[in-house]
Design a protein around this ligand. Structure first.
Ligand code: WQD
Length: 340
């Protein structure tokens, strides 16, 4: 069964390709290489022994997307990661984000709905909830006005998919709302490779520990939390990747209850920024240099998942701990930087 993975050379995409191949799926990747390197294909092959087919395509090029589906006419499903995803950048470049994230989704859906049947997994985000009124956050929590154009493209994307599923009976979709993906594959053959200065906490921590960054800035310690720093649900990227395979298989085996479903993917446990720092210091043996600075615009105080639906309906539960995820992130950073 041939599955398209867009953005399959990226952080979450590459880990998902590995788990898809491990589960016996035949994978073809589309990536525009704007935020990933083609050498990731070698990393995937070193882990699974199989190098996925790869096409360098900008999904905003409608003709290229159409030509792809003519060439790979046996595709029965797609997992769609490809998108611009830097929250801060999206505030300064809204039109780039709306054009890239929404036109690529629409062109993909136009091709998939021409097929007799198609299964579609959408990379969404807990960002759609904004600051939820109740914690932990269930899938029934209201979607709040987005705090950024990036978050808005995820909300609009879900609505586009929902409306498409309403009129195409042959089209089955699941939106997976990630909390905070971190870590790397235990082989250290693939991992997170942020371009430039990392926006996210864990790559900034590992780059600081590796000596690439002077010190970590902690964005505020005056929040109403146990230690004053923000709380998030940090999920190991390998657990997240396995959830994608389970979601796709749910559709392949016609186990979905409706043809548009959403699932929160988190551990169900919230960790503060300082807890992440201290856990990292324990697993790495590195004293991390950090300072408390002002809050970051747009940060929510706390977000962590209610995992009941994912556990009981999807049949998926995270297996790896925060410590294991941070250890894997550190091992990957050391491998990339040539540190023993
Ligand atoms: C986590 C916590 C920061 C960096 C975003 C997107 C989400 C997803 C993951 C794409 C916050 C604090 C961070 C730093 C810090 N991205 N922090 N110093 O903002 O929860 O989620 O990335 O899908 O959609 O919204 O993740 O890692 O940026 O921040 O103190 O240098 O770490 O304030 O409390 P976030 P993050």
């Amino acid at each position: 069964m041939k599955i398209l993975v867009t953005g399959g050379l990226g952080f979450i995409g590459s880990h998902t390709v590995v788990e898809l191949q491990n589960a016996g799926y035949d994978v073809v990747i589309i990536d525009d290489l704007s935020n990933a390197s083609e050498s990731v294909l070698d990393g995937i092959q070193k882990i699974t022994g199989t190098k996925p087919d790869f096409e360098k395509i900008d999904l905003r090029d409608r003709d290229a997307v159409s030509a792809f589906f003519k060439k790979y006419s046996d595709i029965s499903g797609a997992i769609h990661f490809a998108a611009s995803k830097a929250v801060g950048e999206s505030v300064n470049k809204p039109l780039l984000y709306y054009e890239n994230n929404l036109s690529s989704l629409i062109y993909l859906l136009q091709e998939l709905t021409k097929k007799d049947a198609a299964n579609f997994i959408f990379s969404s985000s807990c960002t759609v909830y904004g600051q939820a009124d109740e914690l932990p956050i269930t899938e029934k929590a209201p979607v709040k006005p987005a705090e950024s154009p990036y978050g808005n493209t995820k909300q609009i994307g879900e609505e586009i998919i929902r409306d498409t599923a309403k009129i195409y009976d042959n089209f089955n979709a699941i939106a997976l709302r990630y909390f905070n993906p971190i870590g790397a594959h235990e082989s250290c053959e693939i991992g997170e490779l942020p371009l430039g200065v990392p926006q996210n906490l864990v790559p900034f921590i590992t780059q600081t520990a590796a000596g690439l960054r002077q010190e970590l800035s902690v964005f505020g310690d005056d929040y109403p939390t146990s230690d004053g720093t923000c709380v998030r649900d940090y999920i190991h990227v390998v657990d997240l990747a396995k959830a994608h395979v389970m979601a796709l298989t749910r559709l392949v085996e016609d186990k979905n209850e409706t043809n548009y479903e959403t699932f929160n993917l988190g551990t169900g446990t919230g960790s503060s920024v300082l807890e992440v720092i201290h856990t990292f210091e324990e697993v790495s043996g590195v004293d991390l240099s950090y300072k408390i600075v002002d809050r970051r615009e747009g940060d929510v105080v706390a977000a962590y998942a209610d995992t009941v639906k994912a556990n009981e309906v999807l049949g998926w539960k995270s297996q790896l701990t925060l410590a294991e995820a941070l250890k894997s992130a550190w091992n990957w950073e050391k491998k990339v930087r040539g540190i023993n």
